[in-house]
Design a protein around this ligand. Structure first.
Ligand code: HEM
Length: 497
């Protein structure tokens, strides 16, 4: 009997191996005309190793650089680095859909959210309920809420981390900026900030746990079978919820508590984002799923934009001086209030150039964001078989020399000034793709992110001077779809004005 069972198991295993080999040969022959690293043609491991290695976004850009704008990165995956083609693929009426990779962004095992909803109609219906909240239309004091958190950041730096001529007090600006973006998004999402800036520490161990969880979570997204197993309700009893295990549970808990108060007999009614979602018909479960998305999608991205742009400012003295001069002149001439308003910031040309150049040179949203078509397609003149995942490579199209000039690898805000309007539009359209603008999937938090960026640099640079402790080793930066950044040690001094 035992012999029979072992023989059956061996035959079963043999059949599985045979099936995988046949599939691999089939996939290879369907895409053998697409250039790419040799092993990427045969195994997903090349791509998964890249994801776990912490420099996936750079690896994709290097692959485009070496093999061209369409390159193979796994048997059924290609990466596209061409901005115009990506705009077409992502476009509103294109034949492309989100690929099953997005299921990996289902932070709550039980329910889809805006990111993990693949079906176009369901996604559109969900967006319609979310948009009034995210866009700020339904949110009382959106700008004031952000002002309050900017003031919190200024206060933290001013009271605890100022250096003087005689005493240096290095501070990890990467962490403080993340406290700021977490407080902004929680204040908007729940009506009350989580309190990172006031506590000046990683409350709930959230930053630590997401930093250790996200790389694994995003690597799992490349393995649809494993993902389906983890997320299957039938196997719930068998397989532990990795999201809880790895610590995302603490975030779910905070989100669920906030949502619970908005439902039931004594439901709290508030004019904040959550209140807007509830008013537009989100169920309790849907609201829970969405609040987690807000915190994850809305904190790391904005934090990376602020950190990297500040790094570029600090390491480019000409830019630093010019931006500070624009701010000082605006204050002197009464064009900048305290705090600066969003409209005032939009009228500062050099600030706007710095913001765009920062997003361009160090795009914060770097996950592969693959799209898939059920029919054969042509991209960059290359035949793409149905069912192929087409990833994007922001570090390719945002540093394209045809769009941005021969010095596209340089941080040079001047490229946005005194430029032909058609050229400006082309550059702007390309940079705004970083928010998926012009697509069905445009970032719902774009308005919030832009207000944050418009206010933060001005409010910091009008009061303080920033200097990197070690310009040769400015930060630790790990790419896991979003950037995980720390140890950006700076010396902050009060400006004498
Ligand atoms: C500089 C900062 C940010 C960048 C570069 C950025 C980028 C993006 C991108 C590229 C997408 C499209 C993903 C896809 O469908 O493939 C997206 C979607 C999304 N973003 Fe952002 N984001 C930023 C900040 C924020 C903030 C602050 C929030 C929350 C307030 C937010 C909330 C969302 C949500 C909810 C979606 C899903 C939209 C949908 O599926 O319809 N983002 N973002």
């Amino acid at each position: 009997m035992q012999l029979l069972t072992s023989t059956a198991s061996l035959i079963g295993l043999g059949l599985v191996i045979f099936y995988v080999i046949v599939q691999r040969i089939r996939d290879y022959s369907r895409t053998k005309h697409i250039p790419g690293p040799f092993w990427a043609g045969w195994t997903d491991l090349w791509m998964i190793r890249g994801q776990l290695g912490g420099r996936m976004c750079f690896l994709l850009a290097e692959t485009n650089e070496k093999y061209g704008p369409i390159a193979k990165i796994a048997p059924r995956w290609v990466v596209c680095g061409d901005g115009a083609e990506l705009r077409r693929i992502w476009g509103v009426r294109s034949a492309w859909q989100r690929s099953p990779w997005y299921k990996g962004l289902r932070f709550d095992r039980n329910l889809d959210n805006a990111f993990s909803t693949l079906d176009d109609n369901a996604h559109e219906a969900l967006r319609a309920k979310l948009m009034p909240g995210y866009g700020g239309k339904d949110v009382e004091n959106l700008h004031e809420q952000i002002d309050k958190q900017v003031a919190g950041l200024v206060n933290l730096l001013e009271t605890k981390y100022l250096s003087t001529k005689t005493k240096s007090k290095p501070v990890d600006l990467a962490r403080k900026v993340q406290y700021f973006t977490l407080d902004v998004i929680s204040a908007l999402a729940f009506g009350t900030e989580l309190g990172y800036l006031a506590a000046d520490k990683d409350l709930h161990d959230y930053i630590h746990t997401t930093e250790s969880t996200l790389p694994i979570m995003l690597a799992t997204a490349f393995m649809p079978t494993l993902l389906a197993t983890i997320q299957s309700p039938r196997l719930k009893w068998l397989i532990p919820d990795v999201r809880n295990m790895a610590g995302i549970g603490s975030v779910l808990g905070v989100a669920h508590d906030a949502v619970a108060k908005r439902f039931g007999d004594k439901a709290l009614v508030k004019k904040d984002m959550l209140g807007s979602f509830v008013a537009h018909g989100l169920t309790k479960q849907e609201a829970e799923a969405e609040t987690v998305v807000q915190i994850i999608a809305g904190s790391d991205t904005s934090a990376t934009a602020i950190r990297s742009t500040l790094l570029f400012i600090m390491t480019n003295p000409l830019v630093y001086n010019r931006l500070q001069a624009e701010i000082d002149a605006g204050i002197k001439e009464g064009r900048i209030s305290s705090p600066i308003t969003d409209t005032e910031a939009r009228n500062l040309p050099y600030l706007q150039a710095v913001i765009r150049e920062g997003l361009r040179l160090w795009p914060p949203a770097t996950a592969v964001l693959p799209k898939i078509s059920t029919t054969d397609q042509v991209v960059c003149g290359v035949h793409i078989p149905a069912g192929t995942h087409v990833a994007w490579a922001p570090f390719s199209f945002l540093r394209n020399k045809d769009t941005f000039g021969e010095d596209a690898d340089m941080f040079k805000p001047e490229r946005w000034l005194d430029v032909d309007p058609a050229k400006y539009r082309a550059m702007d359209q390309t940079v705004m793709m970083e928010f998926a603008s012009g697509s069905r999937w445009e970032c719902l938090g774009k308005t919030v992110a832009q207000i944050e960026l418009n206010k933060t640099y001005v409010e910091l640079l009008r009061r303080f001077d920033f200097q990197l402790v070690d310009p040769t080793n400015p930060w630790k930066s790990y790419n896991a779809a979003v950037f995980i950044q720390s140890d950006m040690n700076v010396i902050i001094t009060k400006r004498e004005i």
